[in-house]
Design a protein around this ligand. Structure first.
Ligand SMILES: [Fe+2]
Length: 154
């Protein structure tokens, strides 16, 4: 494989953190899918359709992060066990109500943004602009979703 010529030490740290972002994004994908399936009540249609968009977007994120890990010389995990071990997002069996669902999603997207910012800064210090540009657009789209989720439960 062609060497991307990135700083080996920082590059290794970036890869390790990207693995955490992968696991966390995968868990949020699963959580969003669960809400898409199990939402009920007066807002059913709106939330069902909205979470459809959200989990598709999270699926694209999972793919892009996994591919970036491999481009950086790592191995992208694809077992539930590894994903669960890497994730910082807590999965829950049931939510009290629709507001609790949306609040949990907003909090989890904020967690992803914090992690992505940390990785982006580290990647910038290693001149890894491939990773920073990927994460910058990731941060932008997740911040937009945090805004929309937060406004919908005000
Ligand atoms: Fe569906």
């Amino acid at each position: 494989m062609v060497d991307l010529n990135l700083d080996k030490t920082t590059g290794g740290e970036v890869r390790e953190l990207l693995l955490q972002l992968l696991g966390s994004t995968f868990a949020l994908y699963l959580k969003t899918l669960g809400i898409h399936w199990n939402v009920k009540g007066g807002n059913f249609h709106g939330i069902h359709m909205w979470t459809d968009e959200q989990y598709e977007s999270l699926q694209d994120d999972v793919d892009a992060i996994g591919e970036r890990i491999v481009q950086l010389g790592g191995r992208a995990p694809a077992t539930f066990e590894e994903m669960s071990h890497l994730s910082q997002v807590q999965l829950v069996r049931e939510f009290r109500d629709t507001s609790a669902m949306l609040r949990a999603l907003a909090d989890d997207h904020a967690l992803l943004v914090r992690l992505a910012r940390k990785i982006s800064q580290l990647a910038a210090s290693a001149s890894d602009s491939g990773t920073t540009s990927l994460l910058d657009s990731f941060i932008q789209s997740h911040e937009k979703l945090i805004w929309m989720l937060s406004k919908s439960i005000e």
